[in-house]
Design a protein around this ligand. Structure first.
Ligand code: CAA
Length: 383
């Protein structure tokens, strides 16, 4: 039994592990090579009720806790990091803001099909001039009476163009900074809403990532999420939770690479014994296991704080920053243990090494995580 996991959590882990080993692992390399979205697996996750894990049954969800959600992302990422981020972006970024800030009407119309896995969700925040500085949003939404007119674009959007429902941030009141940003629910297929090319990424290649392009898109007034001007706070609060998902994804990647390295270290014989019994390799494995345990405790405890409605923004940033930093170290060590064999295409550790890198970049670079953590420690800087 792990920290604060119950038998139910471990039963869910076993179910997810069996699913991921059966449905995703055998095709993970093909998906990676082909830049191919795991349509079938995502459909089955929906049928299993897992696309809406932490949402109440009345909104089509599984009614499980945040720890269950973290375990689900971890287990998918253990075999395929792309599958992990598809679930994370859908649950945390595409669905959560609607759950937390949506009207009953919006929840019925948008959250229910998302939670049931009938639709896929995504989050449109990042722009060419608004990456780490998310407040630099330039996309505009102009009030035209019964609707807004959306113009601009978003880059690096996970789950686009597969996603059906997008939470999009745009400036409604210019020149007043972050307080002039609002959030909207935007549907794929609306006139003027198009997608740029699918990015050809280094890793997480089974997840889709594309640009969103808005040309005079009419967004009905009822699709404003929260109040006008609340958008930046909605984005920040969403990311506080989203970072638990990315931390769980990083943890899963590291776990997958570690297990693979342990297996190989027991099999591969050099100097008359398995390399795992050579101190250089056994110490590496010991360090990898320790880092994984630290990361798991951080991820699960952040999930638990969120579940208990206690402040968790600092803890989720710590979990994301630490789990992704160690994912790079652990996948690097795993590949090192494999030596030349690990450097070959088709080896899990080669893919995991590439997959790990993004976790230190998206949902706030690890430099931004440190900004967030420091701001919790120190408060606002004196003017
Ligand atoms: N919750 C609620 N409100 C918050 C908040 C939070 N966590 N953090 C800040 N705010 C509020 C502040 O209280 C402040 O409110 P007032 O106007 O009332 O004072 C307001 O937001 C502005 O706050 P700051 O002055 O701190 O904002 P800032 O402009 O200095 O930016 C930042 C802070 C932390 C650097 C922020 O810009 C940030 O998080 N940047 C990173 C963006 C990011 O993570 N992008 C990821 C994109 S999504 C993605 O990557 C997904 C994927 O692909 C899978």
């Amino acid at each position: 039994m792990l920290f604060q996991t119950t038998q139910d959590h471990e039963a869910l882990r076993a179910k997810l592990r069996a699913f991921a080993e059966r449905e995703i692992k055998p095709v993970a390399f093909t998906l990676d090579q082909g830049n191919q979205f795991p349509d079938e697996a995502v459909k089955k996750l929906g049928e299993m009720g897992l696309m809406g894990i932490p949402y109440p049954a009345e909104y089509g969800g599984a009614g499980l806790d945040m720890l269950s959600y973290a375990i689900a992302v971890e287990e998918l990422a253990r075999v395929d990091a792309g599958a992990g981020v598809i679930l994370s972006a859908h649950v945390s970024l595409g669905s959560w803001p609607i759950f937390a800030y949506g009207t009953q009407e919006q929840k019925r119309k948008y959250l229910v099909p998302l939670a049931r896995g009938e639709k896929i969700g995504a989050f449109g925040l990042t722009e060419p001039n608004a990456g780490s500085d998310a407040g630099g949003t330039e996309t505009t939404a102009v009030d035209r009476g019964d609707h807004y007119v959306l113009n601009g674009g978003k880059i690096f959007i996970t789950n686009a163009p597969k996603a059906d429902t997008y939470v999009v941030f745009a400036v409604t009141t210019p020149d007043i900074g972050t307080r002039g940003i609002s959030a909207f629910i935007v549907e794929k297929g609306w006139k003027g809403f198009e997608f740029g090319d699918h990015y050809d990424k280094m890793g997480i290649r089974s997840s889709t990532t594309a640009e969103l392009i808005f040309n005079d898109v009419k967004v009905p007034k009822e699709n404003l999420l929260g109040r006008e001007g609340d958008g930046f706070k909605i984005a920040m609060a969403t990311l506080d939770g989203g970072r638990i998902g990315i931390a769980a994804q990083a943890l899963g990647i590291a776990q997958g690479a570690y297990e693979s390295a342990v297996e190989y270290a027991k099999e591969r014989v050099q100097f008359g014994k398995p390399i795992g019994f050579q101190q250089a390799i056994s110490f590496k494995l010991a360090d990898m296991a320790t880092k994984l345990r630290c990361a798991r405790l951080l991820v699960y405890s952040a999930a638990d704080l969120k579940e208990r409605h206690e402040p968790y923004g600092m803890e989720s940033a710590m979990a994301k920053q630490y789990a992704s930093d160690i994912a790079l170290e652990v996948t690097n060590d795993a590949l090192q243990i494999y030596g030349g064999t690990g450097y070959l295409k088709g080896m899990d550790v080669e893919r995991m090494y590439r997959d790990a890198k993004i976790t230190t970049i998206y949902e706030g670079t690890n430099e931004i995580q440190r900004v967030v953590i420091a701001s919790h420690i120190l408060g606002k800087a004196p003017k």
